[in-house]
Write a protein that binds this ligand. Structure first.
Ligand code: DGJ
Length: 552
């Protein structure tokens, strides 16, 4: 089965490359692919990407094995054929293996019932040519809480597709999630998109689909339309009581001061559930939602964050109301280490796979990849990766920052050759990771019979206290190869070991530096003498070490 899938991928890639070499237009390449798509049902034997959980750990299975999304998300308005030439060079520069690209409702259904998937078809072909996988983002009724990406026939028909009402009964910018026509139209378009994707992507180039984008409402806490008010005054549904462990009552009685926000979370989650479910009925790819965050530590007036979206306090309600959504993912534009890590803790839960679909494309956040993978995350992606010239400063970099792109790239280049091996270690609970904090310059990682100490800013020779890097730039991954053997990789950090049994003395038996080729370890040299006397000092060079330790 795998062989057939692989040869199908080779054939379609070959055809696309041939079409490009012959100077055929991309639509000719699309037609060539479509012809292969019609060749027979075996192409759909490529295993469906899936999120699975074993022994409490989550894995994103791609082509039948655990996979890490080393991602790049394009800017919002880059999902047009004319912009793709400005996307691929940036994504290639980053060495990303997956690109996250919006598919907008206004683009695929410009007139009601008339669908146009030409951009999606082209994107699939070009992604394969560039050897990238895709995560597609459905910009439906909700994009950063608003309806900016709905088609004109929806925008101009507020009678059929009503806006939410504020507490004063006035219409506000966002659409009501309780309007049956809006749900019906959004769901129909999303199902058509998934139907088309299934037919157009026998290779499983697309790994996952995000349903809507950052739901919630700003400047209000919820919809106060009559339909919403009626539900608000009704008993809280059983699935919510079960998920939250609360006694029965109306929303106000059960949730008190948080009732408006949590009620709206339930309304939006139910809306998204019905869209996701209809899409999955067509093509059951893993589906996600993303969250505009609220403060990870402090209480916050719900009018000042995306109230009703999948913020950390509303996750139980989203999980209960949207079972077709496989994972809820935080968009992390924080630059403080404690806030970043707290967010990873909030979203990496036994019932939720950790995935960071958006993070600032600033150099400081590139190191957080090590923290995400070390905490069991299945992927990570800076936002705004293309050469269209747009930057989302102050969330991201003030200009298209090639140096920052290179910081993300160095991590992806380090990890990509052995990504499958690392993902398999992670699935077994044998992968650990750390990124450099701001004020703390030393961290410890328990490894069974050993403890690794990771310190930052030290010279390669000598043992002064760790001052930290300025700015913080360190990150490491450690995989347990055996009880006394470890794979160590990363940048700008010193890794030292000590036996957990402090009565034992220890030594480095052998420290090999090498690299992976075709997923196999290739030995380059042994580190000894000065290179190990002061711990294993990882610099700005890509270094991977296989370390064997001994005791006496
Ligand atoms: C988060 C959204 O999900 C993105 O689409 C984008 O609008 C960024 N915020 C800001 O650039």
């Amino acid at each position: 089965m795998m062989l057939e899938a692989k040869s199908a991928r080779r054939i379609t890639r070959g055809l696309a490359a041939l079409a490009a070499a012959l100077g055929l237009t991309t639509s000719a390449a699309v037609a060539a692919e479509a012809a292969v798509g019609r060749a027979g049902p075996t192409l759909h034997d490529a295993p469906l990407p899936r999120l699975i959980q074993a022994h409490g750990r989550w894995s994103l299975m791609v082509d039948g094995a655990p996979f890490f999304v080393l991602g790049a998300q394009v800017n919002n308005s880059s999902a047009w054929p004319a912009e793709l030439p400005k996307v691929w060079p940036a994504v290639d520069r980053l060495h990303a293996n997956t690109v996250e690209v919006p598919i907008a409702w206004e683009q695929i259904e410009p007139e009601e019932g008339r669908f146009d998937f030409s951009f999606l078809d082209r994107l699939l072909v070009e992604a394969r040519q560039h050897d990238k996988r895709l995560i597609l983002i459905w910009f439906g009724a909700y994009k950063n809480t608003g309806p900016s990406y709905v088609p004109l026939w929806v925008k101009f028909d507020s009678k059929r597709f009503p806006h939410a009402l504020n507490a004063q009964g006035e219409p506000i910018y966002t659409l009501s999630p309780l309007a049956p026509a809006t749900l019906q139209a959004d769901r129909t378009a999303f199902a058509a998109f998934m139907r088309h994707l299934k037919a157009a992507d026998p290779e499983r180039t697309a790994l996952m689909v995000q349903v809507e984008n950052e739901t919630g409402v700003y400047g209000a806490v919820r919809d106060y339309s009559p339909a919403a008010q009626k539900l608000f005054d009704s008993p809280v549904p059983d699935e919510v009581l079960k998920a939250t462990g609360k006694p029965s009552g109306t929303w106000g009685q059960v949730f008190g001061k948080d009732a408006d926000e949590l009620f709206y979370a339930w309304c939006l989650a139910r809306y998204v559930e019905q869209v996701a479910k209809a899409g999955k009925a067509e093509y059951p790819l893993p589906m996600s939602v993303n969250a505009a965050l609220r403060d990870p530590f402090k209480p916050q007036d719900p009018k000042t964050f995306a109230s009703g979206g999948p913020t950390w306090d509303a996750l139980d309600i989203w999980k209960a109301a949207a079972p077709s959504v496989d994972l809820i993912a935080p968009d992390i534009y924080l630059h403080d280490y404690p806030g970043y890590v707290r967010t990873l803790e909030q979203y990496g839960r036994p019932d939720n796979a950790l995935f960071v679909p958006e993070t600032s494309d600033t150099a400081d956040n590139s190191r957080m990849l090590f923290e995400v993978l070390g905490r069991g995350g299945v992927g990570f992606s800076p936002f705004g990766v293309d050469y269209t010239g747009f930057t989302n400063f102050p969330l991201g970099a003030p200009k298209v920052d090639e140096a920052a792109f290179d910081d993300f790239a160095q991590n992806y280049r380090l990890i990509e050759p052995e990504m499958r091996e690392l993902a398999a270690f992670q699935a077994e609970g044998k992968l650990h990771g750390a990124a450099e904090p701001l004020d703390v310059h030393e961290q410890t990682i328990p490894l069974g019979g050993w403890t690794a100490t990771v310190s930052y800013g030290r010279p390669q020779f000598g043992d002064p206290p760790a001052p930290g890097n300025s700015p913080p730039a360190g990150g490491v991954l450690i995989a347990e190869l055996g009880p006394d053997s470890f794979l160590v990789m990363g940048y700008h950090a010193r890794v030292s070991f000590a036996p957990t049994d402090t009565t034992r003395r220890w030594f480095y038996a052998r420290v090999e530096e090498g690299h992976y080729e075709h997923r196999r370890w290739v030995f380059d040299r042994i580190w000894n003498g000065d290179q190990i006397d002061w711990g294993l000092n990882l610099t700005s060079a890509p270094q991977i070490l296989r370390v064997r330790l001994g005791t006496y």
